[in-house]
Design a protein around this ligand. Structure first.
Ligand code: KG4
Ligand code: ZN
Length: 342
């Protein structure tokens, strides 16, 4: 039995967790920075980095205490080493390096996206490789065939905004505050999608890529027209987003051979309407549908510790550099029209 301490600090959650190879989360703590960023309507990198630096060490101490453990009881230290806001990533990684050095433990540098991608296996021991993964977070929107630990084939990605970003921008347009995804989901439940016509970018196109910038602009025009109720706009936005996700995921399912399951992970996987739609699609293909429990969807350290468990036996050098960008499938061809996102 191995025990891994996981550290997450790539965006606006400071988090630590202890997970063992029996899939038990022995302890976990998350300090959200929502209040610090709310006045700005989005995550401010400098504020995030400072907050991580202040909070991380005591948070790790408290997490160990929760489990009644000391550093010596841990078999490895796993930390997000990218991609993400580089100041925050460096705080987490440097802390992990110090602990690894002080405790003479292996350091395991984790790709935050791999943390999301493997998180469904923490919750579901039955989930085997290869599976088709829809990874939808605030910074990423990808369809991947997960063939194994560290083995990913990217089938599709976004050419502009990520899906979580589209939810957040819609929330901003509708004055729902920050973070936006859950607020849009709540308001959408009270509205009628059919009342507001919105586009479905890239629907039906041959490769399973995504585009949400045009949808976001259409949401802005709908709001500015003054003709629609906010709840109807939210409902229509969410329905358009789901239609795109279903169409693109269906295309990806047609392209892969013998996946064991359709899996969703990342912050937007916490959306119940998105989950329900994908569950229906999986059933159409006769596949199991797997989504992590809600607290494992948004950023957390248990998924980083679990990725460390999946990599137990490996170790990374203490001069491993933090990576602002770190694609899961470095061989994926660049997408025409794609902006800076991986
Ligand atoms: O994975 P995550 O916590 O952080 C990143 O790695 O980006 O994802 C955060 C994103 C945000 O854009 C947030 O608005 C979105 O996930 N999100 C949701 C919901 N909960 C979080 N989007 C739609 N519905 C939700 N219930
Ligand atoms: Zn994330």
């Amino acid at each position: 039995m191995g025990i891994v301490l996981g550290i997450e600090s790539s965006c606006d959650e400071t988090a630590a967790a202890l997970v063992d190879s029996g899939r038990r989360i022995l302890a976990q703590r998350i300090a959200s920075q929502d209040d610090a960023h709310r006045p700005y309507g989005g995550v401010v990198p400098e504020i995030a980095a400072r907050a991580h630096a202040e909070r991380l060490a005591p948070l790790i101490a408290a997490t160990l205490a929760d489990a009644g453990m000391e550093l010596g009881d841990v078999d490895a230290i796993a930390a997000t080493a990218g991609p993400g806001l580089i100041g925050g990533v460096m705080v987490g990684l440097v802390t992990a390096k110090a602990l690894a050095m002080a405790g003479d433990k292996p350091l395991i540098a984790i790709n935050h996206l791999e943390g999301h991608a493997l998180s469904p296996r923490l919750a579901d021991p039955e989930l085997q490789f290869p599976y088709l993964l829809l990874l939808v977070s605030g910074g990423h929107c990808q369809l991947l065939l997960v063939e194994g630990v560290g083995r990913f084939k990217r089938l599709g990605t976004t050419i502009d905004d990520a899906l979580g970003e589209a939810f957040d921008k819609t929330a901003k347009i509708l004055g729902l505050g920050f973070p936006g995804g859950p607020a849009v989901e709540r308001l959408a439940a009270e509205g009628q999608a059919a009342n507001v016509p919105l586009p479905r970018p890239l629907l039906g196109s041959a490769e399973p890529h995504f585009s949400f910038a045009g949808l976001k602009s259409a949401v802005l025009r709908a709001k500015e027209s003054g003709r629609y109720a906010d709840a109807d706009i939210a409902a229509s936005f969410q329905q358009a987003a789901i239609d795109c996700v279903l169409d693109r995921s269906r295309k990806a399912l047609e392209l892969v051979t013998a996946p064991t399951a359709l899996v969703v992970a990342g912050g937007v996987a916490a959306n119940k309407a998105v989950r329900a739609a994908l569950e229906g699609l999986a059933a159409e293909f006769g596949l199991p549908f797997v989504a992590p429990p809600l607290p494992l969807c948004t950023d957390n350290a248990a998924m980083i510790a679990w990725a460390g468990v999946e990599r137990l036996g490996q170790s990374d050098p203490l001069d491993f550099a933090a990576r602002p960008r770190w694609p899961l499938d470095p061989d994926a061809a660049p997408v025409r029209g794609a902006g800076v996102k991986a």
